[in-house]
Design a protein around this ligand. Structure first.
Ligand SMILES: [Zn+2]
Length: 81
């Protein structure tokens, strides 16, 4: 890794924290991707509702409402939104 890439990676990590829990969830459960994207795109659903639904299905693998909201706004580092 070049110095520039390394510095960029560190800057990104400092700015945005650890890998988004949604990205982690999708890595562990790729089958939920389409459903989750649909839910995230639905303005009537709050982050709290989505997080609660994910928690009932995936337990501790599920992201928090805060993470869902951050992901929706593109403030996380997973790059999928
Ligand atoms: Zn994310």
């Amino acid at each position: 890794m070049s110095l520039i890439d390394e510095a960029r990676a560190i800057a990104r990590a400092n700015q945005r924290g650890p890998l988004c829990r949604i990205a982690q969830l999708l890595e562990a459960h790729p089958e939920v991707k389409d459903e989750l994207e649909e839910a995230l795109a639905e303005p009537m659903l709050t982050g709290t509702a989505i997080a609660a639904a994910l928690k009932s299905r995936y337990g501790n693998d599920a992201p928090t409402a805060q993470t869902v909201n951050r992901h929706r706004k593109g403030e996380c580092n997973c790059g999928s939104q």
